[in-house]
Write a protein that binds this ligand. Structure first.
Ligand code: SAH
Ligand code: SF4
Length: 343
């Protein structure tokens, strides 16, 4: 091999083992390399000190180590950090690091852009470029961990893109995050957020790693939901709720529902009642999130406090468990739905 045809983060542990078998290396060496990369965040083969010099040179000659290139970092007053990365073909994506004291959550992109064009989302307003590879998904997380200088405890697929439209690469990345010989991140610490891709939710119900699932609902009937989330025309609520129930039955996991309150669009108390009826039997946990204003839709406003209170009062009356979320990172356009990748 005189050309570098493999790229480290694109390889699963099994791929490394097959490659090392071909090279006549012992199998445990594959796990050693993965430990360096995923656990210790050592990305230079020459620094992998428990490998022979020959193996280090062979790795360096044959296996690329592509990582996202940091173009810009912005730090919010509330401790949130936003990273703009450039990928090898020039595509730009963003990731966010949220800080809850010393407890950190990485918000990762699964696509460059998003094809689903939800009315309230800046990512969607900017169109779709392409799916990210598994290595590009992992690269965001590992590079953020390296910059952070310590482990990040949680990963949420709530950055740019719809993770369940890039299922193969997202699932492959998650397997490596979870693998005990790689990053060893517990399933409880990995959340997929979806706009409601029914076949993807069905696959998640059968996925061998019990991830957490978050559903972006934002409207409790097909008429309103199709207006603000065109994906609802393909996967209407009846089918979506059936898939959520199946996921709940198969995994025993409680689903989180995301609902952003947009002034006079979806924030009437009647919608709280409709939401409760729609999700009856699912025991959902609802996150009421403040709508984050986006440049492309100045007409959409955040609900004022009195409307938020009314909505929450209705949920309380209905005995629905919910949390009123605070906005994070709004001053650097790092809040949910504000990621654009090229601004
Ligand atoms: N595509 C996936 C994950 C990325 S979006 C999804 O839609 O779930 C991450 C979250 O941000 C989703 O819950 C989405 O509904 C929410 N979101 C998008 N735009 C928003 C905005 N302007 N204000 C508040 N939340 C927003
Ligand atoms: Fe895509 Fe999610 Fe934004 Fe909708 S909210 S456009 S699905 S990233």
């Amino acid at each position: 091999m005189d050309e570098k045809i493999y790229d480290a983060l694109e390889l699963s542990l099994n791929d490394w083992q097959i490659l090392f078998a071909e090279w006549g290396e012992q199998k445990f060496r594959a796990a050693q390399v993965c430990q360096w990369i995923y656990a210790k965040k050592v990305f230079n083969y020459h620094d992998m000190s428990n490998l022979s010099k020959t193996l280090r040179e062979k790795l360096s000659d044959n296996i690329l180590m592509s990582l996202p290139v940091l173009i810009r970092q912005q730090n919010s007053r509330d401790g949130t950090k936003k990273f703009l990365w450039q990928l090898s073909d020039g595509a730009r994506i963003e990731s966010v690091l949220l800080n809850h004291g010393s407890y950190k959550t990485a918000c990762i992109s699964s696509q460059a852009g998003c094809p689903l064009a939800c009315a309230f989302c800046e990512t969607g307003a900017n169109g779709f470029i392409r799916n990210l590879t598994r290595g590009e998904i992992l690269g965001q997380f590992l590079t953020m961990e390296k910059l952070n200088g310590a482990d990040i405890h949680n990963i949420v697929f709530m950055g740019m893109g719809e993770p369940l439209l890039n299922e193969a690469n997202v699932f492959s990345a998650i397997r490596s995050l979870n693998d005990k010989d790689m990053r060893n991140l517990g399933a409880r610490h990995i959340t997929i957020s979806t706009s409601g891709i029914v076949p993807g939710i069905e696959d998640l119900a059968d996925f061998e790693i019990p991830l957490r699932l978050s559903l972006s609902l934002h409207a409790p009937n097909d008429n309103l939901r199709s207006k603000i989330m065109p994906v609802n025309k393909t996967y209407p609520l009846q089918k979506l709720v059936a898939a959520l129930k199946r996921y709940r039955d198969r995994t025993g996991e409680r689903i989180t529902i995301e609902y952003a309150l947009i002034d006079h669009v979806n924030d009437a108390p009647e919608y709280a009642y409709e939401t409760a009826a729609l999700l009856d039997g699912l025991e959902p946990y609802i996150n009421i999130i403040p709508f984050n204003p986006i440049p492309s839709k100045p007409e959409l406003k955040r609900s004022d406090n009195s409307r938020v209170k009314e909505f929450c009062r209705a949920l309380t009356e209905l005995h629905i468990e919910f949390e009123l979320r605070k906005e994070r990172g709004g001053d650097i356009m790092a809040a949910c739905g504000q990621l654009a990748g090229n601004k």
